[in-house]
Design a binder for this molecule. Structure first.
Ligand code: ADP
Ligand code: MG
Length: 695
């Protein structure tokens, strides 16, 4: 937190009771300055605002009581424990301790007055509290009833709850003395009916007894929304800032609608869908601007993104510059390579191929074609951006299926392609549609195009879930389908994230299917295979020589075999919704009605049941994504860890994504009317200036 104007910017050691050692421990909670304590929100609250009569408490209550010790004894029934019987005249209750010291035994002398806070539960003889928080009261001392709810903070080893409460209390006092700047313009707070920053912070650390705890637990109390909103706004504005910086750089301006592009589109065996045409036009006008395009295409599996990418390439090469198309796997890159060669062979465009597994001589030839500028379009894997690859005049970079790329990687790629201050245009394509509000947060640095239409004639994939005890019936179904000339995938998903186990599971299924389907040709592909061996099998499947392809999830992304109309997925209960939807997207690409059978191991948990239910009900990737978001959260949806999604302190996208439209509006307002507030807001939540503009 950056609160230079006030004591809140001071190091924690200015607080009473904090020396260098404790200050160091507190860094584990990401606490560095006094102001940081204010943003350490309680996990929950305890209600010690009322002293309850023992006669009125009920099991399940968590409350404050007080009374006089009637009897304290150590018993050995089963487990050694100390029982302290107390009474306040209205009733009696037992305090039960399993761990206790000699000193505690003497503390609870008959007649001593104690106050206790804890969970009430039924015991062998009436109500009990097990290990309550307690205090032995002096003569005439009253139990400490508080005016506000008591916060319970996240803890780390070496810091007691009481200590944290005390430190936050000190920080709150300093906040009253010199409050942090209110950075949100009044009109925004008024419109959204949100409290000020200091009001929100004070409330959340010391809420009044009548607080709506249910709304706090849900994370949607206006005071919490106030903080989440500002945090989301800070991240959003920082991404937009990056985008604006990138937009200021120069890029090649490529003329729109060239003959080559029209010839390319006319030579296709089908007409582009309206959605494809719209996106081709959106890209087309971006490419004419002398600043780098940063565009994301979202389109469900099978919506035909590849051909849109190729049309963009056609516009680039028509302008005399180079385009690079990068895919995340060799398999997918090679598939693009085949399509691109086919599309451009009669259009006089030279293509080059680059992959990690290439023979040295081939690679040398590709590098030469790329370096001399002869190759107009270069297709490949990550190898495209390795050392030693020098483009002659790269003006367009297309990254397929890289929804797991974060902002950092996107920027790194952009910079790699830059030369002489000129940056390439960048197009990122993803088949993991994410809900609009989430996209606003995750992709604020990109413009988005959506292909929301499938090519005509596609039928929805009929999806069912079956227990794997019915595997034999499913095998019969595969046999029948293949007898009619169709093809099938049999997918064995990740097991324990281990390639070895993966491979064994796929191998076992392969053997089982080879045996039971002896009249059919069964193939196997998995991640540990050499690329050449794997490609051989894939090609055989594509050409129809293989009827049933047993595969690990390597086929998840992009593989296109229109004649395959049946997909069996083993252990589907372990997989994410979006991943299942991706896999299912491998079928339903041809004329035949396609089917997807999700096999699961019994018993099926409630969550797994509802997940599989979603896939049975809809074929719409956006709906699937929305449900995935609700069921599992954004990290899973965008790919864990490398999501590029920032770590939020207070906001939570699953819960707060609906704030994004208002965040976007506020950002525009601030940029237009309160420009000086932008930097301090970003700095407050993302750290100091060094994050800003660089990430
Ligand atoms: P994805 O968006 O999943 O990458 P692809 O680009 O692999 O989809 O396209 C899926 C299939 O649809 C391919 O076989 C492709 O040739 C075909 N296709 C793409 N566009 C059209 C269209 N407009 N009409 C008919 N088929 C199309
Ligand atoms: Mg694709």
């Amino acid at each position: 937190m950056d609160e230079k104007a006030s004591g809140l910017a001071s190091p924690l050691t200015v607080l009473r009771g904090v020396g260098p050692a404790l200050a160091k421990t507190l860094t584990r909670l990401d606490l560095h300055r006094v102001g940081d304590l204010l943003f350490l929100l309680p996990l929950r609250y305890e209600d010690r605002t009322t002293l309850h009569h023992i006669g009125s408490v009920r099991p399940g209550m968590r409350c404050l009581i007080s009374g006089e010790v009637l009897l304290a004894e150590t018993v050995y029934r089963g487990r050694r424990s100390m029982l302290v019987r107390i009474s306040d005249g209205s009733g009696q209750l037992t305090l039960r301790f399993f761990y206790f010291s000699r000193q505690q035994q003497t503390q609870f002398a008959t007649g001593a007055k104690v106050s206790c806070y804890g969970d009430v539960r039924p015991g062998p003889v009436g109500l009990e509290m097990v290990h309550p928080e307690y205090r032995v009261l002096r003569e005439n001392q009253e139990p400490a009833v508080t005016d506000t709810l008591t916060p319970v903070y996240p803890m780390t080893e070496g810091v007691q709850q009481g200590r944290l409460r005390n430190l936050v209390g000190q920080a709150l006092a300093m906040m009253k003395e010199s409050p942090p700047a209110e950075l949100l313009p009044t009109e925004i707070l008024d419109e959204l009916e949100l409290p000020t920053l200091t009001e929100a912070l004070a409330y959340l650390h010391t809420p009044p007894p009548d607080t709506d705890l249910a709304s706090i637990e849900a994370g949607r109390h206006p005071c919490q929304v106030r903080l989440s909103f500002e945090e989301l706004l800070a991240h959003y504005m920082s991404l937009r800032h990056l985008r604006n910086l990138a937009r200021k750089e120069s890029a090649m301006s490529l003329p729109g609608g060239p003959v080559l592009q029209r010839n390319f589109i006319d030579s296709l065996p089908y007409k582009l869908t309206n959605a494809q045409n719209r996106v081709v036009a959106e890209i087309g006008s971006d490419l004419q601007v002398p600043h780098p395009m940063m565009r994301l295409i979202q389109g469900d599996v099978g919506s035909g993104k590849t051909v849109v990418a190729a049309a963009a390439c056609a516009q680039a090469v028509a302008g005399g510059v180079q385009a690079a198309v990068m895919a995340p796997t060799e398999l997918l890159a090679e598939q693009h390579w085949t399509s691109f060669c086919d599309w451009f062979k009669d259009l006089g465009v030279e293509l080059a191929w680059l992959s990690g597994s290439q023979k040295k001589a081939d690679r040398q030839a590709s590098l030469e074609a790329i370096g001399s500028g002869r190759a107009g379009i270069v297709v490949g894997t990550h190898a495209l951006f390795q050392e030693g690859v020098n483009f002659s005049n790269l003006a367009l970079v297309i990254i397929d299926e890289q929804h797991r790329f974060g902002v950092h990687q996107r920027l790194a790629l952009r910079d790699k392609g830059a030369s002489g201050g000129v940056h390439p245009h960048q197009l990122v394509m993803t088949a993991t549609p994410i809900p609009r509000t989430l996209a606003m947060a995750a992709y604020a640095d990109l413009d988005t195009s959506i292909i929301d239409e499938l090519p005509p004639g596609r039928q929805a994939v009929k999806t069912i879930a079956l227990p794997d005890t019915r595997r034999n019936e499913v095998i019969e179904r595969v046999r029948d389908a293949c007898a009619e000339g169709q093809q099938a995938y049999w997918v064995c998903p990740l097991i324990d994230e281990s390639e070895v186990l993966d491979y064994q599971a796929a191998e076992a299924s392969y053997e089982m299917l080879t045996e039971s389907l002896d009249a059919l040709s069964v193939g196997l592909v998995h991640g540990r295979m050499k690329n050449t061996a794997r490609d051989k099998v894939m090609r055989a499947f594509k050409s129809g020589d293989i009827d049933v392809l047993v595969a690990t999830t390597v086929i998840e992304v992009g593989v296109d075999v229109p004649n395959a109309s049946l997909m069996i997925i083993e252990n589907s209960e372990r997989m994410g919704l979006s991943q299942l939807h991706q896999l299912r997207g491998r079928v339903g690409r041809g004329r035949d009605q396609s089917h997807c059978v999700m096999l699961y191991k019994q018993p099926l948990g409630q969550l797994a049941k509802s997940r599989l239910g979603v896939l049975r009900e809809t074929n719409d990737g956006f709906v699937v994504a929305q449900r995935d978001l609700e069921l599992r959260g954004p990290g899973e949806l965008l790919g864990t860890k490398q999501t590029g999604l920032p770590e939020y302190r207070i906001a939570n996208l699953t819960r707060d994504a609906d704030l994004m439209p208002a965040v976007q509006k506020a950002a525009e307002n601030i940029q237009k009317n309160h420009a000086t507030a932008e930097f301090p807001i970003v700095a407050r939540w993302l750290g100091n200036a060094h994050h800003y503009g660089k990430v």
